[in-house]
Write a protein of this length. Structure first.
Length: 420
């Protein structure tokens, strides 16, 4: 492995280059430099960028890295919220993460899948009547309805459109520059107030969600000091259940794109027994872009691979590039679900939503939700809907955050029922 010092770099700040190609900036620069780790400046701040399976194993060592202070303020005020689990370390992180793992127990994930299936079946009747739809925003509304029902969060019919737009803006516009980012900030402020009010109503007995629901579990969670979270922080964590579930609309849209790009697999899945469905969606998660990178801060000075990691420096781990590391993945640019039909991949090689063990590391605890809902969607696409893509196999826009097929993903629904 080769690493470079900041003095070796000839470029100045790389923020614009990163924004132009957020998913491939780190891996392309690393390839140009012949390095697994390099230093640059982002927002004028010295930043180490890392890519690859070995780098991921180092990045998730809690003795070397912390999450407190890692996320840029702009993302704290939009995507993550302030005070949430993403910025915690040590026992605070373990106890907060345990709360999320309680919420996503297998039986609860299955209950959410059933809620999404019901919402999907109601939605396709409207889609069929309209004919042509933009799939991505329709999925956002479908998932908003389903996750709020499942989480024990009231959602009157008159509020569905506004809440869908608000919750979607937390992830769909957070990475934009200008007006889009400002909308995301405004959405965060409004969503935080709404979620905190839900928590207060649960605690006051004005709402009585099931004990297994996210609203109940978050409202009654106790911190390591034995106290409940402040309502504002609890609201942020409730949104950290709702928001990522709705963001699965990105992955589901990419499932549809993959089915059109690989018609042999569509036919194979449609005539199969469902045993290969999970392999297909896992390959979608590996192959397609979702999160570009994750951030941490160096806890104490250490050397790795001949490189000095300086205490307090922000470090970015390249998720997309690690999922395409050709030292681990054979022909990584080829879409091949069969690679998931054998042994499970290394937890530091397959990192679409973070790496390592969800209970111990900062790997997303909602990963089982994403995978299960993608399987639900796949089942609907290949076995219960007849539709055509208006722009099949349109290239994915890697400059968009989150990445989606160019022009969105319009489809024309022909009929419900078994597809041809």
């Amino acid at each position: 492995m080769i690493t470079l010092n900041l003095s070796d770099l000839k470029s100045a700040d790389s923020t614009i280059a990163l924004l132009r190609d957020p998913y491939r900036f780190i891996s392309r620069r690393a390839s140009e430099l012949g390095a697994d780790a390099f230093l640059t400046r982002l927002l004028l701040r010295p930043t180490t960028c890392m890519t690859g399976v070995e780098a991921a194993g180092v990045f998730y060592d809690p003795a070397r890295f912390q999450r407190a202070g890692a996320a840029p303020g702009a993302l704290q005020k939009t995507l993550f919220g302030q005070g949430g689990v993403q910025g915690l370390d040590g026992e605070d992180h373990r106890q907060r993460k345990a709360m999320f793992l309680q919420i996503v127990q297998p039986d609860r994930v299955e209950a959410l899948a059933e809620s999404v299936t019901r919402s999907w079946r109601r939605a396709v009747d409207d889609w069929e009547a309209v004919g042509r739809i933009q799939l991505y925003p329709r999925l956002q509304e479908l998932l908003t309805l389903a996750v709020c029902e499942w989480a024990g969060v009231p959602l009157p019919a008159a509020e569905v459109e506004d809440r869908t737009r608000q919750l979607s803006a937390l992830f769909d516009e957070a990475g934009q520059i200008g007006v889009g980012h400002l909308r995301s900030r405004a959405a965060r402020r409004a969503a935080d107030r709404w979620a905190a009010a839900v928590i207060d109503h649960v605690r006051a007995g004005k709402l009585d969600p099931p004990p297994s629901s996210a609203a109940y579990v978050v409202a009654h969670h106790r911190e390591p000091n034995g106290r409940p979270m402040a309502s504002r922080v609890a609201g942020v964590e409730l949104l950290n259940v709702l928001r990522p579930t709705i963001a699965t609309a990105v992955y589901i849209t990419l499932v549809a794109h993959a089915l059109d790009a690989h018609p042999a697999w569509r036919k194979r899945l449609a005539t199969g027994d469902g045993s290969e469905d999970t392999a297909f969606v896992e390959e979608v998660r590996r192959h397609y872009p979702f999160f570009p990178a994750v951030a941490a801060v160096v806890r104490e000075d250490f050397h790795w691979g001949g490189h000095l990691f300086v205490k307090g420096r922000r470090v970015l781990l390249d998720l997309y590039g690690t999922n395409h590391d050709n030292r681990y993945w054979i022909n990584p640019e080829r879409f091949d679900p069969e690679r998931f039909l054998g042994e499970e991949p290394d937890r530091f090689a397959f990192v679409p939503q973070g790496g390592g063990d969800p209970a111990a590391h900062h790997r997303c605890p909602g990963e089982p939700i994403a995978t299960r809902l993608m399987v639900v969607a796949l089942d609907q696409f290949v076995r219960h809907m007849t539709y055509t893509a208006v722009a099949p196999s349109a290239p994915v826009d890697f400059g968009r955050l989150p990445a989606l097929p160019t022009g969105g993903y319009p489809i024309r629904l022909v009929a419900t029922g078994i597809s041809a």
